[in-house]
Design a protein around this ligand. Structure first.
Ligand code: NAD
Ligand code: MG
Length: 420
């Protein structure tokens, strides 16, 4: 029996796309506190079949999806051996199915990177309540995505802590987010600007000369947040804040110049909204993703997340700084991409994904990440993609160019170490 199913039958069925990741696991932790409110419809993973199996044993969902087809047969036989009621689906089609199935009420979109776009869009097109963690989907396909939200009547709620904070500080809205065009009119209700805060990442104080030598483990050791490795590296380059700037433009229907990035190393304030009368509203809390997850799951109500109260007597002051654009050029590139729109954010995101993966595999140095992104932006001519296919074509062109640039680094390193 599904541990989350209620007898009254009024629980909401949820699909978690990316249940084995950091956000996916935090979502399950929050759901465990509310067995009467939610039932798990589907859980999905890319390659971590062992963890997916463990999750299915505990939660007994109707469906599970493994993206990696090579692991499907052994996982299916493990389901059978353990007599699980869960049906296993495979690959992109499986993800689309569990994101859009009519029984599903809520979809947590927590796959990392462009890989999550298609299934997240399927959930949007099916008019689901979509909890969006997968910021890359919105960065690469913002216009299409928001049009789909408006057309289908999907309720879109932000999980990214900053965007969730901004949403909480906005004037009360009855219907979640969504405007068909990025008209820049979203901030008309007396809002002067959005203050997007960021911790500054693990290298906030690191000298520019030392950047070339940082290791993946150092880059992933975020001072305040525990996250997946891709977003951790993005936080270290501050590309994460850049992607979040683009994400905020779409979610709140505003122009990039309405958003100011503020470095706030303690990560207690998660973002702020400033009004024309001078009032600034902020949302505060521990840096723990269970808070925005619980907020979005229950919105417009509130439910417990398991996150403790802030301890005010131990708060040693909240500080704020301007970002350093010289050491973190990703912030400049992302703002330019936000202003340009069209293919620019697609190229930025795709090149960044490839370069971050290469850095994590120790194929390129940390400083090469933003250099490769800049190179791709320069090489790929601007265009205005009008369809998902056009977006995917630009994405794949940028990936190819970025991969070639990573390969050039490999060759450089190999040539340097080859016997003369
Ligand atoms: P993660 O690496 O911990 O987990 C990623 C999940 O996506 C895993 O379940 C993995 O199996 C799945 N996945 C990866 N590639 C896939 C593919 N090709 N096909 C299908 N599934 C695939 O990442 P995370 O930290 O949980 O981040 C997930 C998303 O949430 C990212 O977009 C990230 O930017 C965003 N986000 C994360 C945090 C955080 O605290 N972790 C905060 C804000 C936003
Ligand atoms: Mg964030």
């Amino acid at each position: 029996m599904n541990v989350l199913t209620t007898e009254s039958g009024d629980s909401q069925a949820i699909t978690i796309l990316g249940s084995t990741g950091s956000i996916g696991q935090s979502t399950l932790e929050v759901l465990a506190k509310h067995p009467k409110r939610f039932s798990i419809f589907a859980l999905t993973a890319n390659t971590r079949a062992d963890l997916l199996l463990e999750q299915c044993e505990k939660w007994q969902p109707k469906y599970a999806v493994i993206n990696d087809s090579e692991q499907a047969a052994s996982l299916a036989s493990a389901f059978k051996q353990k007599a699980l009621p869960t049906q296993l689906l495979v690959g992109a089609e499986g993800l689309d199915a569990v994101a859009s199935e009519s029984e599903v009420d809520v979809v947590m979109a927590a796959i990392v990177g462009a890989a999550g776009l298609q299934s997240t869009l399927s959930a949007v097109n099916a008019g689901k309540k979509v909890l969006l963690a997968n910021k890359e989907a919105l960065v690469m396909a913002g216009a299409l995505f928001m049009q789909a939200v408006a057309r289908s009547g999907a309720v879109l709620l932000p999980i990214d802590s900053e965007h969730n904070a901004i949403f909480q500080c906005m004037p009360a809205s009855a219907s979640g987010l969504g405007s068909e065009s990025n008209s820049g009119n979203g901030l008309e209700q007396g809002i002067r600007k959005i203050l997007l805060t960021g911790s500054g990442g693990p290298f906030r104080r690191l000298a520019l000369e030392a950047f070339a030598d940082v290791t993946p483990d150092q880059a992933c050791a975020h001072p305040n947040w525990s996250m997946g490795r891709k977003i951790s590296v993005d936080s270290a380059t501050m590309m994460n804040k850049g992607l979040e700037l683009i994400e905020a433009c779409w979610l709140f229907d505003c122009k990039p110049d309405a958003i100011e990035i503020v470095v706030h190393p303690q990560s207690v304030i998660h973002s702020m909204v400033e009004y024309v009368d001078g009032s600034v509203l902020a949302q505060l809390g521990h840096p723990d993703m269970r808070t925005p997850i619980a907020h979005a799951l229950a919105w417009p109500e509130r439910i417990a997340s398991g996150v403790e109260s802030l301890n005010w007597s131990q708060m040693n002051g909240l500080t704020f700084e301007e970002p350093d654009f010289q050491r973190f050029p990703a912030l400049i590139m992302a703002r330019q991409a936000a202003e340009l729109g069209g293919s620019a954010p697609i190229v930025l995101n795709a090149a960044n994904e490839i370069a971050v993966a290469a850095f994590l595999q120790e194929r390129i140095p940390f400083t090469a990440i933003t250099a490769i992104v800049a190179d791709c932006i320069e090489k790929i001519p601007f265009e205005e993609p009008m369809s998902l296919e056009a977006i995917q074509a630009i994405d794949s062109q940028a990936r190819d160019i970025a991969e070639t640039a990573c390969q050039a680094f490999d060759d450089l390193v190999n040539n340097a170490s080859a016997p003369q």
